[in-house]
Structures are given as structure tokens and as C-alpha cells.
Design a protein around this ligand. Sequence first.
Ligand SMILES: C[S@@+](CC[C@H](N)C(=O)[O-])C[C@H]1O[C@@H](n2cnc3c(N)ncnc32)[C@H](O)[C@@H]1O
Length: 364
Amino acid sequence: MARRADPPAVPALYAFVQPGLETVAADEITRDLQGEVKRTDRGSVVFRMDEITPEVLKLRTTEDVFLLAWGSDSLTYKAGDLETIKRWTAKKADWANLFRLHHSVRPKTKGKPTFHLVCQMQGEHGYRRVDALDAMADGLAGFVPAGWVPAEENAWLEIWLTINGKTAVCGVRLSDRTMRHRTYKTDHVAASLRPTVAAAMVRLAGIGPGMTVLDPMCGAGTILAEAVALCEQRRIREVRYLGGDIDANAVFCAGQNLGRRGAIEPEKWDSTELPVPRRVVDRLICNPPFGKQLEKPEDIPELYDNAVAEWDRVLKPGGKAVILVSEMDALKEAIRPHEWRPLKQMRVRVLGQPAVLSVWQKPE
Ligand SMILES: C[S@@+](CC[C@H](N)C(=O)[O-])C[C@H]1O[C@@H](n2cnc3c(N)ncnc32)[C@H](O)[C@@H]1O
């Protein structure tokens, strides 16, 4: 009797995340996607799923998700890497299987199939990014079906080679730009938060049923929009959302963005004098201005002192605060008199700047 061929293996996946948020993304992959995290590196998480399904596109803390073709930690920085990239691309991946899985998640809609090859490279290498791209293209020769048309923009299928120092990963992109730029976010303000970072802050807050959630400096409303999305996804009911900003344009933008995400009416207010009764807020999630965003960066300590005193007033005993700042020393100084307990601290990069995301609990 003829032996039946084994079904093609399910390849690993990898996700790009904002540097510093790997553990939050790994938690989302494990808990919400039932994936198995295999490895995390700065800016990326490698994981496996029993089956590749469109559910993977619902991740909210990741910037992009790929099917892994091959990966290596042993680039040499020398020109010889180019031959290695070509060989690995030709030999290490089951491209037909990767393409089939891609199509199952991203069915083709109309027109001829289009594809695009992308190479990102960081670090000092003895070859150019375009040489690495050509090496990958050479390795792919014969694997990309003849009818597929190269396209620069909005290609149906993208194959990425990402090189960072001696590490390289090559894969087929499953996500598109909507994974990182949400469709609700049509109105923008300067220094608005990336939705993936807001999603990570919301996860760290641990919102439960019946809670009151406040963003006292809500800008374009990204944090509240992500809070609504997470609570909808997890069926966490009867959450009350409060948000506002000192800037009328920000309040308008937040209203536009949040209008599509449920009943939240952002208010124009000063976060140092909130029109909110004492001890009603369970979770405060906020991204105050960074020093660079103020006309006078030296005003940061005073702003944080006054804002945190007010936040302490409105927070319930045992309530939690998730705060993203670039001036962490000023935030610690502002929190010290209130004796909030530090629960977590992670170093991240936001708008190209180092920042710290911290989680605190007000004493019972
Ligand atoms: C970094 S932005 C917040 C961005 C927001 N998380 C978003 O995703 O769009 C900081 C915001 O704090 C607001 N802000 C500054 N001082 C404030 C104050 N005293 N009260 C309320 N909002 C204030 C600014 O107007 C700005 O919109």
C-alpha cells in the first residue's frame, strides 16, 4: 500500500513589537491566541500555533506578524553572508506551504497576484541592504509563481528579510498596516500614542467588570479606544470610561475617534483639577506629555506633582495606575508622598525616545 505523505508542517511565526513590550505581547499570544512562545528578543517574539488561522491578525500589542521561512543568529557581518542568505532562502523554507498558509489567512480579492520583497537592515555590515535584498531574491528564484507581478505598493504578498546585527529572519508577512494603525484612529494629535503601546498599557492595567477607567490626559483617545476594544474582546462588562484633555483640539479628536468605539464623551479639563469625585477610579491609564513636548520642559516636575496628587484623590484605595513617561525620576518624586506601591517597570521606546512604562498600586 502506498504510504500517505505527511501533511506539511505548521511553520513558526514571529511578531515585531515595540522594543520593551515583548513580555506583554508574549502574554497576549499565550493567553488570547493560545500560542506557544518559543523565544523573545528585543523587538520580536517567536511563537507557534497548532494551526494558522486569521485569529492571529487580531493581536493588538504586535506591530506585524510573519510566517517564519528561516532564521539565524550566525551572520558574520562579512560579504559572505550574501551567499548564505541566498542558500538559506533557497533551501531552508517550504515556500509552497508558506504561500498556501498565507493565502488561507489573506485570500486574494481581485486582479493579478502581486508580491513585494522587503529588506530591513540594522548594524554595520560589509554589504548594503540592497545586496541582501538581491541575495534573498536570487534564493527565491523558481519559488515565486511566474504569474505573480512585482508591486511596490499594497502588494498582496510580502516577503521580508530583517537583519539586526548577526541575527536574520526571513518570512511571509501575514499582517498589513491595519495591525498597527487602527481603523478607528482617523483624527490625530501631535505626540499621539501608537495603538500597540496603548494596547499594552491597557493589558497591564488588568481591567475587570464594573470598573471605572480614567485617562486624564487622553490626547486623541488611543488608550480609551484600546480599553474598549480589549473589554469587548474579553466580554468584560459594565466598564465606565472617563477621559479628557486640557487641549480643546485633542478633546475634539478623541471624540471623533471614540465616537466609533462606544459611549465615551471626552471632556475638556485640567488633569490637576479633575471634575471627578474622590475614590471612584479603579484604573488610571495615562501618557502625560514628555518634557520635549512642552514649551518649557522644566515645568515637568511641577505638572507631575500636581497631576499625581489629583490622581491620588480620584483613585480608589487599592486602585492601579499605568503611566508612560520619559522623565521617570520626576514621576517617582511626584508619587513618593502618596506611597503608591511599584508593581512593574519596563523600558520602552516611544516616538524614537527612551521612556518608562510603570504600573503602581495605591495603598488599601
Ligand atoms: C503625550 S499626549 C497624550 C497622547 C494620548 N495618549 C494619545 O494617544 O493621543 C499628552 C496630552 O496631555 C495633555 N495635557 C497636558 N497637560 C495637561 C493637563 N494639565 N490636563 C489635561 N491634559 C493635559 C496634552 O494636551 C496632550 O494631549
